[in-house]
Design a protein around this ligand. Sequence first.
Ligand SMILES: [Zn+2]
Length: 342
Amino acid sequence: MSISETLLEMKRKAGEELDHLNGTAALEALRVKVLGKKGELTALLKGLGQLAPEERPTAGAQINEAREWLTQRMDEAAAHLHKLERDAALKTETIDVTEPRPLPKVGASHPITLVMNDLIDCFTGMGFEVLQGPEVELDHYNFELMNIPKNHPSRDAQDTFYIDDNIVLRTHTSPMQARAMLTRKPPIRIVCPGRVYRADEVDATHSPVFHQMEGLVVDEHVTMADLRGTLTTFAKQLYGADVEIRFRPSFFPFTEPSAEVDLTCPACGGKGCHVCKETGWVEILGCGMVNPKVLEMCGIDSHRYSGFAFGIGLERLAMRRYGIRDMRLLYEGDARLLSQLR
Ligand SMILES: [Zn+2]
C-alpha cells in the first residue's frame, strides 16, 4: 500500500471512530493511538527514511496534511463532547431552589448589651440624650472635677490603671458629667453608658473591666423629688409596676446628699430569699444631688441651677436578670451560656 493509500485508510477509520465516540476518554485514547509518540502517524514518519530520496518530500507533505486534518477533526470532536457532557451534568445537577435548607446560626447581643439597650430605651423615653466619652481619661476629669483631689481617701477605692501621672483608664462614667457641663448649657439631661476600669482582682463579683451607665440632670429647680421620680419610673419600667425603691444615705464626693438605692427583691417580691439575703431589698445604684462645688468647677452657677446624678452598674443588673452568680461567666465568651441569655 502506498503512503497516500495508507493515509486515506487511516483518515477513513479515524473518521468512523470519531463519529461513534462515547466520551472524552475514548477520544483521548484515539488521539494517542493515531497522533501519539508511538502512534500510527508517527510510525509512518519514522518510515520516511526507507523511501527513495525523491519520494520523501511528497510523502512528508502528505503525512503533515493528514496530521493537520486529524488534529482538527479531533479538536472539533473534543469541543462537541465537552458540550454534551456539560449539558448532561447541568441536567442531573439541577438545584431545587424551593427545597427547604437548614436555618443559619444567628448571633445575639451580649447580656450586658441587652441590659444597656433596655436602660437606654427607658431613659431616652424620659427625654434623656445618650452621650459616650473616652475610656482613656484625664485625671482632671476622672477625679479632680468629681471633687476627688489628689490624696483624697476615696481614690483608694478607685485605684485604676495609670497611663502616666495625668492620664488614667476611667474608674467610672462620672467624668462625662464634667464633660457635658463644660460643653453644654442647662437644661442637661444625659445618660452615658460605657466601660470603666479598676485595679481589682478577678473574682465572682469583681472584674478590672466592667460597665456603668451615668445619668445627669441639671436645670433650674431640680430637687431630690425629681431624682426619686426618675428612678422610680426606671425601676418600674424594668422590673414591673409592683416594685418599690428606697433611698439609704451614702457618700460620694461628687454628690451631696448622696444615696444608695434599693429595689424590692425581684426574686421574692420583698418577702426575703437567698438573692436578697432575707432582707427583701437589693441594691441597684448610687445617686445624689450634684455637689454645688462640682457645678461651680464645671462653670455652672450653683445658685441658679441644681442637678442630680446616678450611676448604675450594668453587670449587677445583668447578673440579677439572668440569675448569674459569677460575673466571670459574662466575660468568658462561652457560646453555650451566652446563647441561653436573650
Ligand atoms: Zn429576695
